[in-house]
Design a protein around this ligand. Structure first.
Ligand code: PAF
Length: 285
């Protein structure tokens, strides 16, 4: 595996691959890699000739500077994991490399990017679109892989790809969970052991709510999940929304959409650590 930090070197490597008609898969990450990322990398390796994994903590998507400063950075360990997994290239540029000038582009895909995370983290999805579009332009992948834990992010990226008519297939990959049910996240490393035990309640409550939803309305289910988690000392629900999984618009009746997903954000512990998760209540096909 090659670790590349400059655009010129990346370009040289990928131009050679493209000249040989080798397909390129991209897994964009912010590092602190875990088994969830590795599941994306494994799928990319299985489906493409060349797998590029970008490792870049993108400052423009953080609306909270403390969050950016605290974000875990573990480049050496990440590269060791990627080497073992069989990735072709780890692309780990500096902030100056990706943003030699401030990025003034503005991306707006309402309603996908205005609800849930969009309304709580102003500028977040604009920053995500800035970096992901740059990566797409540099790598020119045939396919790009994203985890469904960031459910809304996938919808926003799909909207951007459609808007810019980019020739890349967006591959959504299932959430990977610990045996406890906790969704894998780079932010989990910020949790103490006690907080980790608290956090397990998030996935447990979401899972239980699928049974509850069989005999209760959307608003009752929403309240049930929110109240159950808020009743636990150390957890605070920021939002729990039950939405049409295609449009991300809140639904009021289970029959409002063929694909229904519950999306949650919970503050965990004293610092606190902001955790997100989601559950599918109804799935098409
Ligand atoms: O999901 C993430 O880790 C980031 O939002 C992404 C897609 C790598 C862009 O920085």
């Amino acid at each position: 595996m090659k670790v590349i930090t400059t655009i010129s070197e990346l370009d040289a490597e990928l131009s050679a691959a493209r000249a040989e008609n080798r397909s390129i898969g991209l897994v964009p990450t912010m590092g602190a890699l875990h088994a969830g990322h590795l599941s994306l990398v494994e799928r990319a390796i299985a489906e493409n000739d060349v797998t590029v994994v970008s490792i870049f903590v993108n400052p423009t998507q953080f609306n909270d500077k403390t969050d950016l400063a605290n974000y875990p950075r573990t480049l050496e360990a990440d590269c060791a994991l990627l080497e073992k997994a069989g990735a072709t290239i780890a692309f780990a540029p500096s902030v100056d490399t990706m943003y030699p000038e401030p990025d003034t582009r503005h991306f707006s895909y309402p309603p996908t990017d205005t609800v849930m995370e969009g309304s709580r983290r102003p500028g977040h999805f604009n920053g995500v679109c800035q970096i992901v579009s740059k990566l797409f332009m540099l790598v020119k992948p045939v396919r790009a892989y994203f985890g469904e834990k960031d459910f809304q992010q996938i919808a926003v990226i799909k909207a951007m790809v459609a808007d810019l008519e980019l020739p890349v297939e967006i591959c959504a990959c299932p959430i990977v969970r610990e045996a406890s049910g906790l969704a894998l996240s780079s932010r989990n490393t910020l949790l103490t052991e006690a907080e980790r035990e608290l956090a397990v309640n998030i996935s447990r409550t979401l899972k239980e709510s699928v049974g509850y939803a069989q005999t209760h309305s959307v608003s009752e289910t929403q309240r049930h999940v929110t109240d159950a988690l808020n009743a636990i000392d150390g957890l605070r629900v920021e939002y729990y929304e039950i939405v049409n999984g295609d449009t991300l618009q809140a639904i009021s009746d289970w029959n409002d959409a063929p694909y229904v997903v519950g999306c949650i954000t919970v503050f965990c512990g004293g610092r606190p650590v902001r955790l997100i998760d989601n559950i599918k209540y109804k799935v098409t096909c």
